[in-house]
Design a protein. Structure first.
Lengths: 343, 628
């Protein structure tokens, strides 16, 4: 039934378009306008540009202002404040250029629409103008680049010695978290040690791994530097914590890192956003397969004292499963090459 | 040079006679070596792929805008890719996104745009009988066709087409265990792309050779229309960058099928550890983007070239800053090779590299800005005629500004941390590269349709098509900026899993509705295109009163383009509204000596030189006559 209705609708639409098309063709032949250089449509199009400028300009300002709180996520990290200000400075600069160029682009068609008695101005070049608008954008861009570069250098500088280390490992389709335990040193891992009970592939012959512990959430202290050590177990993933303005790919075979200082606890954020359910989230931003859109992990930012308490209470891998300490002293044999099958 | 052109002319002249009598369907429409027909083949194939690519995007926009809607009515088409509730399978969603990207970037905006207009316009605008090698040109089309057939087949195989995003990053694209599309679908993708690259290279070598060697008398590089400059530089970029994609694909094939570890290391998947160690997925990204970024300009430059020509013609004004335009394009060409890693700021590569590429990337904004200012100045105090081609060109400039400015955010690595792989990026490149190039393609079709088919497209339908598409494109992509600023990641099947971005249901519905309307509006164009081909108003020889050489050919140019001698060229292509001239245009074939009233002082000096050339030409003519 639906199919039939849609079919009829399409047919109707097509026949209407056909009729309009034929009528206007005939009319233009009768009027002889098909022989003119510019017909009345020229004026209509010129006016349309002005209308377009006004209407979409209004829509843009209206929506940008009305929805500001919705699309501008609250920021909760120290470097995020800097990158946000860079973002809005760039927005101001490009916004001005956007407006000026578009006003000109849409007013010129109206102002200089075809008139039979007028001749266009023969104006092939002007080196002075060319130089001005090469150099001015150059200077403005240099300013933006340098401020961006300073921020980028700070963000990507080595983490402070006292940073709290958290390992985040991506796999299809989840994030797994490992803390270094009391010694503050993560134990070695080897992907060949991975198994159902040792999803991180931790090498428990390494003494540093004895006190490593997992956590269902990423718990971090407010106001202190945190270092995410990021890796992936199967394909590429990317750790993205939007409120922290943090993003870094997780790459199999190549550990990556990102350090930052969270500035607001989850509780503070709940007050600020007025949302009692608020949680900091980690999403995956590198396409990784079927469940790409559902790789979520919660970050919980707490006061440092609370963090210390929580940290001390956690049970290590080995405490939870003493068998881990005994088995797998050697990496098990890897699977045979099976890539050629089915390709 | 003069002897070469004589010989060339003789051969072509005989060809011409042959073709008048012996052309059959196969040699005329299928295995043709006539550049004009090959251009049309590329165009029609490109249109076919644009419909497919656009339709795929409508499918995933339905999922994004109306997540609860049952797509049951599409079951005859999608079959097993719908679950019982009539919802799209998440894996197939990724396949749709991947194929949409691949098809649009390579098949529509590379082959459909460069393939069509480089082939069609280069010989016509430089004054040549045909491409340097008609046979290679034919081969170029048929490699593209073959590539298309393979890609088309991959849409229908049980495990689905490639699904790792159009960038097909390994390990996802290397491991069948990771996603079903990385099985046979990915193999077909790689084979199809290899054929496509062969096609691009065959075409590119031809374009470069033709522009360098076969320009008519007087057509110096400083008198080339900007379209030709754009096609020429595009071909150079393609020739230098596409082979790197072959290398990337070859290593990927080795990793997939022969157990090497170029891109694979330390992988544990589906309960087993793979033996590969030592490879680097980031290596693939470097190789891919070494093509991938220049590819953006491969797509964009021809559109900018077409726009320059259309805007100058319909403003009845010379393009402002002809030399600056060429220098900008040269700058873009060179810089396009050294900015690739700005796609990889957060890929885990050395942050120092990020700094370098941020500097280089923002430099490329300067020539782009110059181009925009020059377009604006060309419009200033013009006498603007809004043909559909002109409207689409103005639309292109608008998209180029909107999308170009957001590039300044993304090229800044500090800001890119937040925006990378979000909808902000989607909005950015769909405007600056997708829509802008698409508008360039449409402007080209509307402008050169009379030369292609000897008939006019209907202007009113063109206006309706333009306004629906122009408004539609903005309604689709502008809202995506907001979604992107909010941080929503791209390639997500569903919007509801995350608290931080689930408030955009209404906006997404709006975007999807706009996308459907915009897609539907393209059928107006399709109708106009095919109907006008047979029933359109007969075109005059120079309907836009343009200066370039293609309008000096007969209404239906045969193989060889000009029935007699190839006309010589005496001036640059932008003598519009020259003070003193009777008409507001002076074609390139009009000698300076014939227009003493409008010559500029330095042109008056060239008149003597010109006389000599004309004398020489007359001798050639006599020599030819005596042979017959």
């Amino acid at each position: 039934m639906y199919g039939f209705l849609i079919g009829v609708g399409v047919l109707l639409l097509l026949s209407i378009i056909w009729m309009v098309y034929r009528i206007q063709t005939l009319v233009s032949v009768v009027k002889g306008s098909d022989k003119q250089i510019a017909t009345g449509s020229n004026k209509v199009n010129a006016i349309m540009f002005i209308l377009f400028l006004l209407v979409t300009g209004f829509l843009m300002f209206w929506y940008s202002i009305k929805e500001f709180d919705n699309y501008e996520l609250p920021v909760a990290s120290e470097h995020g404040v800097i990158t946000d200000s860079l973002f809005w400075i760039t927005m101001a600069v490009t916004g001005i250029v956007f407006l000026i160029t578009h006003v000109l682009l849409f007013i010129f068609p109206y102002k200089y629409q075809y008139k039979e008695d007028r001749k266009a101005t023969f104006y092939p070049d002007n080196n002075k103008l060319e130089i001005i608008w090469t150099i001015v954008p150059g200077i403005v861009l240099a300013g933006l680049v340098i401020s961006g570069w300073i921020a980028w250098s700070d963000i990507t500088a080595p983490a402070p010695e006292n940073a709290h280390v958290v390992e985040i490992m991506g796999s299809q389709f989840q994030w797994d978290v490992r803390y270094p335990g009391k010694d503050q040193v993560l134990g070695d891992y080897d992907y060949r040690l991975t198994s159902a009970i040792n999803i991180h592939g931790v090498d428990f012959t390494d003494k540093n791994s004895a006190d490593d512990f997992p956590s269902p959430r990423v718990v971090i202290p407010k106001g202190e530097p945190v270092l995410f050590k990021i890796r992936a177990r199967d394909v590429l993933h990317s750790v993205f914590a939007p409120h922290m303005r943090l993003k870094m790919d997780a790459v199999p075979g190549m550990p990556t890192r990102f350090w930052f200082v969270p500035t607001k606890t989850t509780a503070e954020m709940r007050v600020e956003t007025g949302n009692p359910e608020f949680e900091y989230e980690i999403a995956c931003t590198e396409i990784c397969g079927r469940g790409h859109f559902s790789m979520k992990k919660i970050i919980e930012v707490v006061e440092p004292a609370e963090y210390q308490k929580w940290y001390a209470e956690q049970k290590s891998f080995i405490q939870m499963n003493p068998a881990l300490a005994d088995v797998q002293t050697e990496p098990k044999e890897v699977a045979e090459v099976q890539l050629s099958e089915g390709n | 040079m003069s002897t070469a052109s004589v010989a060339n002319h003789d051969v072509a002249h005989d060809d011409h006679h042959d073709h008048e009598h012996h052309d059959n369907f196969v040699t005329k429409y299928l295995f043709t070596t006539d550049h004009k027909m090959i251009g049309k083949q590329f165009l029609v194939t490109g249109i076919f792929w644009a419909i497919i690519g656009g339709f795929l995007s409508i499918l995933f926009r339905l999922q994004l805008g109306f997540p609860d809607m049952s797509l049951e009515f599409l079951r005859p088409l999608l079959g097993g890719w719908l679950d019982e509730a009539g919802k799209l399978d998440p894996t197939f969603y990724l396949a749709l996104v991947t194929m949409h990207g691949t098809i649009m970037v390579f098949f529509v905006l590379t082959a459909g745009l460069s393939g069509t207009f480089s082939n069609f316009l280069i010989p016509l605008q430089i004054g040549a009988r045909d491409m340097a090698s008609g046979f290679m040109n034919m081969l170029s089309y048929w490699f593209f066709f073959l590539s298309g057939v393979i890609m088309f087949i991959s849409l229908f195989i049980p495990t689905g087409p490639a699904g790792g995003g159009w960038v097909v990053y390994p390990p996802l694209s290397a491991l069948e265990q990771a996603i079903p599309g990385s099985g046979l679908g990915m193999t077909l993708w790689l084979v199809a792309m290899t054929c496509f690259i062969a096609s691009s290279l065959l075409g590119g070598i031809n374009y470069i050779t033709t522009v360098i060697n076969l320009r008519t008398k007087g057509m110096s590089f400083s008198r080339l229309p900007l379209t030709i400059w754009a096609f020429f530089l595009t071909a150079v970029i393609g020739l230098l960058s596409f082979p790197v994609l072959v290398a990337a694909a070859l290593l990927l094939i080795f990793d997939r099928s022969f157990g090497t570890s170029f891109y694979l290391a330390d992988i544990y998947i589906n309960g087993e550890a793979l033996p590969n160690t030592g490879g680097s997925p980031v290596l693939y990204q470097h190789l891919f983007w070494f093509l991938g970024h220049p590819e953006v300009y491969i797509v964009l430059l021809p559109a900018l070239g077409i726009t320059s020509e259309v805007i100058a013609t319909n403003s009845r004004k010379p393009i402002f800053g002809y030399k600056a335009m060429i220098i900008s394009m040269l700058g873009i060409t060179i810089l396009s090779f050294i900015v690739w890693a700005h796609h990889m700021f957060v890929s885990g590569m050395n942050p120092f590299l990020g700094s370098i590429f941020m500097f280089l990337t923002l430099i490329i904004a300067v020539p782009s800005a110059v181009k925009v200012f020059n377009y604006l100045t060309t419009l200033w105090r013009g006498n603007l005629i809004f043909t559909p081609a002109m409207l689409f060109s103005i639309g292109l400039v608008s998209f180029f500004i909107s999308g170009g400015l957001t590039g300044i955010f993304l090229g800044n690595s500090a800001i890119d941390i937040q925006l990378h792989d979000t909808y902000f990026v989607v909005a950015h490149f769909h405007l600056v590269m997708g829509s802008a190039s698409f508008f360039g393609l449409l402007a080209g079709v509307y402008h050169w349709f009379p030369k292609m088919f000897g008939r006019m497209m209907d202007a009113k339908l063109g206006y309706v098509h333009f306004w629906l598409t122009f408004i539609g494109v903005y309604m689709v992509f502008f809202p995506m900026h907001y979604i992107g600023i909010a941080g929503f990641p791209r390639r997500y099947y569903s919007w509801t899993n995350f608290e931080f971005a689930n408030m955009y249901t209404d906006l997404n519905m709006f975007v999807s509705a706009a996308a459907i309307i915009t897609f539907a509006a393209q059928f107006i164009f399709l109708f106009n295109f095919f109907y006008s081909m047979y029933r359109g108003r007969k075109a005059t020889l120079n309907p836009w009163r343009s200066n370039t050489l293609e309008w000096t050919t007969p209404l239906h140019p045969g193989h060889g383009n000009w029935p007699g001698e190839i006309p010589a060229v005496y001036r640059w292509p932008y003598d519009y509204s020259k003070p003193g001239a009777a008409e507001d245009f002076i074609p390139q074939t009009v000698p300076l000596s014939a227009t003493p009233e409008s010559n500029l002082p330095h042109e008056q000096e060239q008149v003597k030189l010109e006389m000599e050339i004309m004398k020489e030409e007359a001798e050639v003519l006599v020599a030819n006559e005596s042979k017959h």
